[in-house]
Design a protein around this ligand. Structure first.
Ligand code: TRP
Length: 353
């Protein structure tokens, strides 16, 4: 781990197993980057607390995701793998950074609005969410941790002085906030403590992985996921049941959203000529969705099967998992403690003894 290399940091929230969206948005990039950068990858268990999980489930999820990182090829001898809560410096800096974060900018964050709306049971997105939160007469509440989610994420990044943060498109707004907080902190105290982190993609834009239900992106809460650890039968069944349309009615009509979603998934897993042949078949109305889905399921399985097999071995190896995260925590803490020391000093939190 040489210090001239640029620092890469990314994390995944510990809420359930990882799906193809996590894989293409994040995990596959983690693996590709570990040779060329000084990489830190963690499991965001504190972020998972924002949705109040059952304690046992949270702990199992952390273990599962660790096993998935390792099974997907993240190598603990190359990258630093750790659990967020093993670095208590993060929690302290979260308090400190919050002093420079506006409530308004947090309230306007898209992910906050979505989750707050869900928690309050508001369907209609034209309703004024801030008013609902402040004045809600029901006994539902939106917790303050959810509001300050972006502060915590910014701290994860800034405390390690990361330059590059490989994440999916849904996290870009959080990264934008992180840059803003970094600039604000640096300029308020007249220091040059934090680099402004940027997203990292091997192509030119962030990957968006659609779900199987014909609507938006693949997401744990949407119930439209293919999990890395889905067994063959389950995976095939999910793909065969994916939403399509009634078939093209006339040549060269625009491709409907559900079918476009399947083709987008295919672009991630299948040879480009084959994907093109299905696009052509849509255009000349000869497309057969059964064939497309079979092909898609096979190609996804080529990616997931080796990961799933390794996952089951690693998951049951408590000693190995413990070794990996202890080693990771030590490295991550050392660096976090150094940054926190600077932050405290700069902010005037200095000791008398
Ligand atoms: N918010 C990210 C997600 O939901 C997880 C995350 C937490 C993260 N802290 C981070 C990602 C720091 C990158 C860097 O996927």
């Amino acid at each position: 781990m040489s210090s001239e290399k640029e620092i890469v940091l990314s994390g995944i929230r510990a809420t359930g197993n990882l799906h193809l969206g996590n894989y293409y948005g994040a995990l596959s990039k983690f693996v590709k980057m570990q040779d060329d950068y000084d990489c830190l990858y963690f499991i965001a268990d504190l972020h998972a607390l924002t949705t109040n999980p059952q304690p046992e489930a949270l702990h199992e999820n952390v273990r599962n995701i660790l096993a998935e990182y390792l099974a997907a090829g993240v190598d603990p001898d190359k990258a630093t793998i750790f659990v967020q809560s093993d670095v208590p410096e993060v929690s302290e800096m979260y308090l400190l950074l919050n002093m420079h974060v506006g409530i308004g900018e947090l309230l306007r964050t898209a992910s906050f609005k979505d989750k707050a709306r869900k928690q309050l049971g508001i369907k209609d997105d034209s309703q004024d969410i801030e008013r609902q939160i402040i004045g809600n007469e029901t006994n539902k509440r939106v917790n303050a941790g959810l509001l300050t989610y972006p502060t915590l994420m910014a701290v994860d990044i800034l405390i390690q002085k990361a330059h590059k943060v490989p994440v999916g498109k849904d996290q870009e707004q959080h990264l934008e906030l992180t840059r803003r907080f970094a600039r604000r902190f640096n300029s308020f105290y007249g220091v040059d403590l934090f680099p402004e982190p940027e997203n990292f993609n091997f192509g030119d834009h962030a990957v968006k992985v659609p779900g199987l239900d014909g609507s938006g992106k693949m997401g744990k809460s949407e119930g439209n996921c293919i999990y890395l650890v889905d067994d063959e039968k389950v995976l095939r069944k999910k793909v065969m049941r994916a939403v399509t349309d009634e078939g093209p009615k006339e040549p060269n009509q625009p491709i409907s959203q559900p079918v476009e979603n399947l083709l987008t998934l295919m672009e991630l897993t299948t040879a480009p000529e084959i994907v093109q042949s299905y696009r052509d078949a849509y255009a000349d109305c000869s497309i057969r969705y059964g064939d497309l889905k079979k092909q898609l399921a096979e190609d996804i399985l080529k990616v997931t099967t080796p990961i799933r097999e390794r996952y089951h071995d690693i998951r049951n190896d408590d000693a190995y998992i413990a070794r990996v995260v202890r080693q990771g925590a030590e490295k991550a803490r050392e660096r976090a403690a150094a940054t926190l020391k600077e932050v405290r000093e700069v902010m005037g939190i200095r000791k008398f003894y």
